[in-house]
Design a protein around this ligand. Structure first.
Ligand SMILES: Cc1ncc(COP(=O)(O)O)c(C=O)c1O
Length: 399
């Protein structure tokens, strides 16, 4: 069929660079620091197998039937008890719905809150998947800069004041793509400013429980007496992304509308998958599971940082996260990391993601930035891949 007339809303959507890179990654010799997946070895296959068997034997007929749009009640209860309450969010059940991945939460919130042309404020840089959701809903996307400690609050207030965004989307803990974590005082300021300027905040927190060192920082949501912050959690990075189970915690009025939108989307999140997540929590397996998967991630992160210290040129600075899955790098020189990425794949057989993909507006001035993922490579691959990247960086800089 020729000349398919796609909807205007699809016009500004970009294919993810990570997905585009996939064609090069089929080469087994390529060492990839480009993805964002949790390690395959982190999945608790035996525990999920046992839980699934028990669930099917005891509640199989109920779980294989349709369920409720707002979510499987035992999962909502278990989420509040085991995840939300320990973070200071001991809410009632009407404050939580379940989702088919937290991406769905972003989609539903845009569906119920945004009109085309409404302004959405994001961090610069931010999660590319979220940018595409905001583009589909034809939002006017603007961004607030970050310094070493995350969102710059003065600039945030200026944008709240002058551009009246309807939504502010942020990832305050182990941010994708930077790995940065916002300090306590800035979290409080964001909650106060959102109230002062009547902005709804989407706080996306898929990485907060992947902390390898340092002190936990509470969600911005705990400083929100006005119930205008919507808090997204996901089981993708702490249990399995393939289960597609996540939660949205926030204002019951907004959640009710989101449920109406979810009905015409997927009716409800898969019962069996929700029940597996609920059992995982209720059997007390999450703490032991995290204790098992975090140390290898820390080894991978430390190895990557040490190799970067040893091999990267001094004009390249980078974050030193205490958790999450990413390190963010930046050249203090005029270097184009998209060109560098192709060179790295072809000449050194190493893949990473150029940073421009995580920005809106004039992305040219962000050309020297890049993201590295450390969770999907062995220690040997990390040492080898970073050494090769360092060699290429030095060569290009010397030219
Ligand atoms: C910041 C952020 N939010 C949301 C998601 C998507 O999570 P889920 O698998 O729950 O849809 C990701 C996945 O990479 C992410 O990095």
């Amino acid at each position: 069929m020729e000349n398919i007339q796609f909807a205007e809303r699809m016009g500004s959507i970009r294919t993810s660079v990570v997905r585009e890179l996939a064609k090069y990654l089929s080469d087994p010799e390529v060492i990839s620091f480009s993805g964002g997946n949790p390690a395959n070895s982190s999945f608790p296959v035996e525990q999920v197998d046992e839980i699934t068997h028990d669930l099917l034997m005891t509640k199989g007929r109920q779980l294989l039937q349709y369920g409720t749009t707002s979510g499987y009640k035992p999962l909502i209860e278990a989420y509040i008890e085991h995840i939300a309450a320990p973070k200071g969010l001991a809410v009632s059940e009407d404050h939580v719905i379940t989702l088919t991945g937290s991406m769905q939460g972003l989609d539903l919130l845009c569906k119920v809150l945004l009109n085309p042309g409404d302004t959405v404020l994001v961090e610069a840089p931010t999660f590319a998947g979220a940018l595409n959701v905001f583009r589909i809903y034809q939002a006017n996307i603007v961004s607030v800069d970050m310094d070493d400690e995350g969102i710059m609050v003065d600039q945030l207030e200026e944008i709240f004041k002058t551009q009246s965004p309807k939504l502010f989307y942020c990832i305050p803990t182990f941010q994708n793509p930077t790995g940065k974590t916002l300090g306590l005082e800035r979290r409080k300021s964001i909650a106060e400013l959102a109230y002062k300027y009547n902005v709804i905040v989407i706080e996306d927190d898929p990485y907060g429980d992947l902390r390898f060192s340092g002190e936990a920082v509470p969600p911005i949501k705990i400083f929100d007496p006005d119930d205008r912050i919507i808090y997204l959690n996901s089981f993708s990075k702490i249990l399995s992304p393939g289960l597609r189970v996540a939660t949205m915690l926030g204002n019951p009025e907004i959640l009710k509308k989101a449920c109406v939108a979810k009905q015409s989307c997927d009716t409800h999140t898969a019962n069996l998958n929700q029940a597996i997540a609920a059992e995982f929590l209720n059997r007390g397996l999450l703490p032991g599971h995290l204790a098992k998967i975090l140390p290898p991630y820390k080894v991978q992160l430390d190895t990557m940082l040490k190799a970067m210290d040893d091999h990267f040129p001094s004009c390249c600075s980078y974050t030193r996260p205490e958790g999450g899955l990413f390190i963010w790098g930046e050249f203090q020189k005029d270097i184009n990391m998209t060109d560098m990425m192709y060179k790295a794949i072809q000449e050194e057989k190493v893949a990473f993601v150029p940073g421009q993909t995580y920005f809106v507006g004039d992305t040219q001035k962000r050309a020297g930035t890049f993201r590295l993922n450390f969770s999907n490579a062995t220690v040997d691959q990390i040492n080898d891949g970073i050494r090769r990247l360092g060699r290429l960086f030095r060569e290009v800089i010397a030219e």
